[in-house]
Design a protein around this ligand. Structure first.
Ligand SMILES: Cc1cc2nc3c(=O)[nH]c(=O)nc-3n(C[C@H](O)[C@H](O)[C@H](O)COP(=O)(O)OP(=O)(O)OC[C@H]3O[C@@H](n4cnc5c(N)ncnc54)[C@H](O)[C@@H]3O)c2cc1C
Length: 428
C-alpha cells in the first residue's frame, strides 16, 4: 500500500493520528499544499493569510521537514491548490490511499470534498480527527446536543470526563514511493509567496518561532522551567510580556502541538507540583477552544453570518472608521496601540482582542465580520473556530447568554494600562 499523507494544521510528529496511519505501509509521501488563493486580497484588501502567519507556517514546515528526514522521510511542499496537486501526485505515483485531518469548518470541508472527488478512481480516503481534545464518541452528548452555553458544556465534560490519550511520535516512517525521488522536497521562501521577508519584531510578546521543536521547548519552559503557569489566573489579563499567558495558541493553531499533548503535560505538572486555580484555568481555556470547534462543526455556515447563530441584528456595513481601526489610526491611543501590536507582531493578548473587537462593533458600529476577517489575516494564531466564535460572542450573535459584551474603553484602560506603559511600548 502506498500512502499520501496530506498535512494541514497538524504540523508535528507527536500525537499525530494522520501520520500514524502511514506506519506499516510500503511507501508514504507527506505533502503540504500552499494555496496561492490564501494570499490574494479580497475586495476589502484583506487576505486569508497575512505575512506574519505565513512566516510562522513556513518555519513550522521547515521544522517538520527536518524531523521527517530524520525518520527516513521528508516533506513535499507544493505551491498550488490541493485539489489540483493531490490528484496529480496520486495518479503519477500510483498512490492507493490518502490520509488526512478531518475538518470541522465548512470552507475546509468543501475543499476536502473537492479533493476527494478529483482523486483517481479507487483511491481510498481516510480521515482522522487530529487537533481536538476529545474524540466525538467520548463526549457525554451527541454532536447535535452540544450545550449552547459554555458553562453547561464545561459542567457536562467535567462530570463525565472523556479519556485523554496522546500517540507517541513514530520512530521511523516508510520512504517515499518509487518515482517520487525526482520530486524536490523542501520549503519555499516567503518571497516565493509574494511577501517581503519580515524582520523579528523586538516588542512581540510571542516567545517562540514556528515548528514543533520550538513549541515543545516553550511548553517545557512555561510548565517546568519558569513555572509561569502557577500564576496564570492572576496574570492572564495582562497585555504585554513573555509569561503573562501560555502563548500556546500559535502552536495549537498550526498543530505544532496537539491539545492532548498540552493537557497531559499540564496534568503531569499538577501531579508533581499540585493543582491550583491557575492550572485549572488553563484547562478551562482549552475547553473554550474545544467548545468553539464543536459549535462550528454543528452550526457550519451560520457561524459566519452577520446575524450569527440567532439571526441577530448587529451593526451592518462599514466606512472609513473600519480603515482607521485596522490602520491603528482611530485617534484613541489605547486602541491604536493594540492595533499596532497586532499589525506588527501578529499577536495580541486576549484582553486587548476583546477591547478592540468591542470598540469596532459597539463604539464604531461596524460589521463584526470585517473585524474577524482582519484578525484572520493578521493573527499568527488564527483559528477559524476561536476567531469567528469570539467575534460573534462579542457582537452578541454567538454563544454569549448575556447577548454580547460591551467593553467600556475608559474603564478598561484604567484597569489594565493605568500608567500608559502598554501604549508607550506600541507608540514608539
Ligand atoms: C476577538 C477575538 C478573536 C480571537 N481569535 C483567536 C484565534 O484566531 N485563535 C485563537 O487561538 N484564539 C483566539 N482568541 C482567543 C484568545 O484571545 C487567544 O486564544 C489567546 O489570547 C492566545 O493567547 P494564549 O495562548 O497565551 O492564551 P491563554 O490565555 O494562555 O489560553 C490557553 C489556550 O486556551 C485557548 N483559549 C484561550 N482563550 C480562548 C478563547 N477565548 N477562545 C478560544 N480558545 C481560547 C487557546 O488555545 C490558548 O492558547 C480570540 C479572542 C478574541 C476576543
Amino acid at each position: 500500500m502506498s500512502v499520501l499523507v496530506w498535512l494541514k494544521s497538524d504540523l508535528r510528529l507527536q500525537d499525530n493520528p494522520v501520520l500514524r496511519e502511514a506506519l506499516g505501509s510500503a511507501a508514504c509521501l507527506p505533502v503540504y499544499c500552499l494555496d496561492p488563493a490564501e494570499f490574494v486580497p479580497d475586495r476589502h484588501g484583506i487576505t486569508a493569510c497575512g505575512a506574519r502567519r505565513t512566516s510562522f507556517l513556513l518555519e513550522s514546515l521547515v521544522d517538520l521537514h527536518a524531523s521527517l528526514q530524520q525518520l527516513g522521510s521528508g516533506l513535499l511542499v507544493r505551491i498550488g491548490s490541493a485539489e489540483r496537486i493531490l490528484p496529480q501526485l496520486c495518479a503519477q505515483l500510483g498512490i492507493d490511499r490518502v490520509v488526512s485531518h478531518a475538518e470541522h469548518a465548512p470552507y475546509e470541508q468543501a475543499l476536502l470534498d473537492r479533493v476527494t472527488a478529483a482523486l483517481p478512481e479507487g483511491t481510498q480516503v481516510m480521515l482522522r480527527l487530529s487537533n481536538a481534545l476529545f474524540a466525538l464518541e467520548d463526549l457525554p452528548f451527541t454532536e447535535e446536543k452540544l450545550p449552547q452555553v459554555f458553562t453547561r458544556f464545561r459542567h457536562q465534560v467535567e462530570k463525565y470526563p472523556p479519556a485523554i490519550e496522546a500517540l507517541a511520535a513514530p520512530e521511523e516512517l516508510p520512504g517515499w514511493p518509487a518515482g517520487a525521488s525526482d520530486l524536490v522536497a523542501g520549503v519555499p521562501c516567503i518571497s516565493d509567496l509574494g511577501f517581503t521577508p519580515l524582520a523579528q519584531e523586538p516588542r512581540s510578546s510571542l516567545p517562540y518561532s514556528g515548528g514543533e521543536t520550538a513549541a515543545k521547548a516553550w511548553l517545557d519552559d512555561y510548565l517546568w522551567h519558569s513555572q509561569a503557569i502557577r500564576h496564570y489566573k492572576s496574570t492572564r489579563n495582562q497585555l504585554h510580556g513573555r509569561y503573562f499567558s501560555s502563548k500556546l495558541s500559535a502552536a495549537l493553531a498550526h498543530g505544532c502541538l496537539s491539545p492532548r499533548t498540552v493537557l497531559l503535560a499540564l496534568r503531569r505538572h499538577e501531579a508533581r507540583f499540585g493543582a491550583n486555580e491557575s492550572t485549572y484555568w488553563l484547562w478551562f481555556e482549552l475547553l473554550w477552544r474545544e467548545f468553539f470547534r464543536l459549535s462550528l462543526r454543528l452550526h457550519g455556515k451560520r457561524f459566519f453570518r452577520r446575524g450569527g447563530l440567532h439571526a441577530g441584528s448587529p451593526p451592518t456595513g462599514h466606512d472609513q472608521r473600519f480603515n482607521d481601526w485596522r490602520n491603528a489610526a482611530t485617534g484613541q491611543p489605547f486602541i491604536d496601540a493594540c492595533m499596532t501590536e497586532l499589525n506588527a507582531s501578529g499577536f495580541l493578548s486576549n484582553r486587548a482582542r476583546q477591547i478592540v473587537a468591542s470598540y469596532l462593533v459597539h463604539d464604531l458600529q461596524q460589521d463584526w465580520r470585517l473585524g474577524a476577517a482582519w484578525f484572520q489575516q493578521q493573527l499568527v494564531d488564527y483559528d477559524v473556530a476561536s476567531n469567528w466564535g469570539n467575534w460573534a460572542y462579542i457582537a452578541g450573535v454567538g454563544h454569549d447568554p448575556r447577548g454580547g459584551r460591551v467593553f467600556n474603553l475608559a474603564k478598561q484602560v484604567e484597569q489594565h494600562d493605568p500608567e500608559g506603559r502598554y501604549v508607550a511600548i506600541w507608540s514608539r
